[in-house]
Write a protein that binds this ligand. Structure first.
Ligand SMILES: NC(=O)c1ccc[n+]([C@@H]2O[C@H](COP(=O)([O-])OP(=O)(O)OC[C@H]3O[C@@H](n4cnc5c(N)ncnc54)[C@H](O)[C@@H]3O)[C@@H](O)[C@H]2O)c1
Length: 371
């Protein structure tokens, strides 16, 4: 049941009236972040390419924000936009986020993910208003050993495929900028900027229509009564609702804006261990929520290497940042599938309802950002 939430009190009201620049605002995660920030009274600015899926969540809810539709690889345009906007805080989400596409276009993937991040950090360095930067990376940034333990923040960076490797590079780049230009030891004397990064798992939720992702593939097929081929049924991933890592990124932004140096580092935002499920288990849960979903497992061998086993150890975020996941895997899949079913069957959006329900559940669990 949707209950009304007082958005102004969340995160101690830090986002009210703040100028927040989101890169990748037209994408899946970016669109939810924009929606949430707007509800909290932030003045939001976006920098990305136009949405490349049809439909696109960002276009569906019609966010009224100022935006610059341009390539993150265009350093001059990016810097001009930063100079014009003078943001207080930057959330950097723009990226080429697909593993399989990264095999087809490694150059585009590295240039967008690595040079794009470099351009954002440079633009921040040259924009006096910027006080906090949250770089969105991925669980795939770690050197994957295919072991059954979760990766910790101090494990080595790596990445087999170009996408994962580009996210490892993004983290190394972020750490270098933190050491060289935004050093925590010099904060408040030589500079005024704190930088953190967030490494999240496999994110699901309504409004994602990207190619080659499990949930979008299943619901797109269900909407037209087709079945879909699923690859890698035994691959295990840390599944989580999109609002979970977003609450982590917003917590980081909150603490950095409060000038809390100890939070300017890399953080894992993954689900509870019980949510680390195989693809086939997610399919079963999804079909329990929408019986129109029909799948067939692909018997052909994988055409490109993808990690099989990938888990995050989030003890540090749980203990020090007091961040914790709110929805278990059942609630996560139910909300996700209900969003698409409602969209396709009733032509309406559950974005607002999902956000209100998530925050109400977070309050019930006494999440620190709701107090
Ligand atoms: N979705 C997931 O499961 C997941 C998991 C871990 C990390 N991430 C990370 O989260 C971030 C957002 O992912 P998403 O799932 O929302 O992806 P998405 O594809 O839905 O959105 C990507 C956004 O980046 C923008 N973009 C891409 N190339 C660009 C370019 N050259 N110049 C300017 N803008 C560009 C797009 O326009 C879009 O707004 C990415 O950094 C991704 O690596 C996603």
């Amino acid at each position: 049941m949707e209950s009304m939430v007082d958005f102004r009190t969340l995160f101690d009201g830090i986002y009210q009236g703040k100028k927040v620049l989101v890169t990748g605002h037209t994408g899946f995660k970016g669109s939810w972040l924009v929606y949430w920030l707007k509800q909290m009274g932030a003045t939001v600015f976006g920098y990305s390419l136009s949405a490349d899926t049809q439909p696109a969540h960002f276009n569906l809810f019609g966010a009224d924000i100022s935006e610059c539709i341009a390539d993150i690889r265009n350093q001059e345009t990016l810097l001009e936009y930063f100079t014009k906007v003078q943001p207080d805080i930057v959330f950097h989400l723009a990226a080429q986020p697909l593993v399989r596409l990264s095999y087809a276009d490694p150059v585009g993937t590295y240039s967008t993910n690595v040079m794009g991040t470099l351009h954002v950090l440079e633009a921040c360095r040259h924009t006096a208003s910027v006080k906090a930067i949250v770089i969105v990376s991925s669980d795939k940034c770690y050197d994957n050993r295919e072991w059954e333990w979760g990766y910790r923040e101090n494990d080595p960076m790596g990445g087999y495929d170009p996408y994962s490797s580009s996210k490892g590079c993004t983290e190394l780049l972020t750490a270098s900028y933190r050491n060289s230009f935004f050093n925590n030891a010099d904060f408040g004397s030589k500079h005024q900027v704190l930088v953190a990064s967030g490494r999240a798992g496999n994110v699901i939720g309504g409004g994602d229509w990207a190619a080659d992702r499990l949930i979008p593939d299943m619901v797109k097929a269900a909407a037209v009564n087709n079945s879909v081929f699923i690859r890698n049924p035994l691959a295990t991933r840390p599944w989580q609702h999109v609002l979970e890592p977003l609450s982590g990124y917003l917590m980081l932004g909150w603490r950095l804006l409060e000038r809390r140096v100890e939070f300017a580092q890399g953080w894992n935002f993954g689900p509870a261990p019980e949510s680390n499920l195989a693809v086939k288990d997610i399919v079963t849960l999804a079909r329990n929520s929408w019986s129109d979903i029909s799948i067939e497992y692909s018997t052909s061998p994988a055409d490109a290497h993808e990690a099989n086993l990938l888990m995050l150890d989030c003890s540090r975020a749980n203990k020090l940042l007091h961040w914790k996941p709110i929805w278990d895997i059942h609630a996560t899949v139910e909300h996700t599938i209900a969003w698409y079913r409602t969209f396709y069957k009733e032509n309406s959006l559950l974005t607002n309802a999902d956000l209100n329900n998530y925050i109400s559940d977070a309050k019930r669990k006494d999440a620190i950002w709701t107090r």
